[in-house]
Design a protein around this ligand. Sequence first.
Ligand code: GYE
Length: 334
Amino acid sequence: MGRKLAAAAAAVAVLALAACGGTTEPADDATAAADGGGATSSGDLVVVGFSQVGAESGWRAANTKSIQDTLTADNGFDLKFSDAQQKQENQIQAIRSYIAQDVDVIAFSPVVESGWDAVLEEAKAAGIPVVLTDRAVDSQDESLYVSFIGSDFVLEGQMAGEWVVENLGSEPLKVVELQGTTGSAPAIDRKEGFEAAIAGNDNIEIIASQTGNFTRTEGKAVMEGFLQANPEIDLVFAHNDDMGLGAIEAIEAAGLVPGVDIKIVTIDAVHDGMQALADGKINYIVECNPLLGPDLADIIDKVMAGESVEKRIVVEDLAFDQEAAIEALPTREY
Ligand code: GYE
């Protein structure tokens, strides 16, 4: 959403008339919200306001689809969905809009870890439970959210690092790292996990590390810079498949063979990444499961029923080499 549109949407939301993302609320919602409608604002449906990070990667597309396919009217939900285009200010605005609309539950995937306390306190004061999906916040006050569903990103980085140590660590290895969005939980944690795994091995050296913002375009551009500045690169560790796929383009454009001249390890295991792994252009992928919709629906149902919910739900992830990717691809959901 552009700045102007976001501002306009927020202004209208104050009147409890509009949702973020440029859609207009049905009139009965506005009336119900003005009446303090809450759970009854859409008949029997549970009204959920979801603020998504953006559309930066294949992972995000699969995650959005899972949420939209699960939180349907047939399943008892009225989903209000907004895309923050990787900007925290847009997410804060969307959350304030959901508070103004008096939705039943707010869920969001925080683009960065810090800076959420104020808006989460506003949601708490309004009596609206918040569920974190995918990414964490660094708030010390855990009462600001009811549950956090997502993968263990430190473990993912560690699994990637362990594979590198075991398979490539017997000879000197110059590594470049493509980091995710600066300040985001997966970028911070995957870096930490990878570094911890390679720490004991003197052969492995990270010679350059920069953010590619989880996108293919930026991953490619950063890799081009790495290739120009470093005559010798043995391995790319990319915090997601998309940046790894961008790196493949840069490596090929430089006349080198990805997966052979320069090895590549990534995280996500979305379809395009798995295809590149099957084709031998990526060497190893640690999975990050984006299908969070069913768990989110389950948590929301429990919250609405007044049942207690787990504060932290850890999603289990697998890992794939070429052979495993070839085997998994035909039946993979994303
Ligand atoms: O790995 C990346 C996406 O937060 C786990 O965000 C998610 C990450 C995912 O852009 O592809």
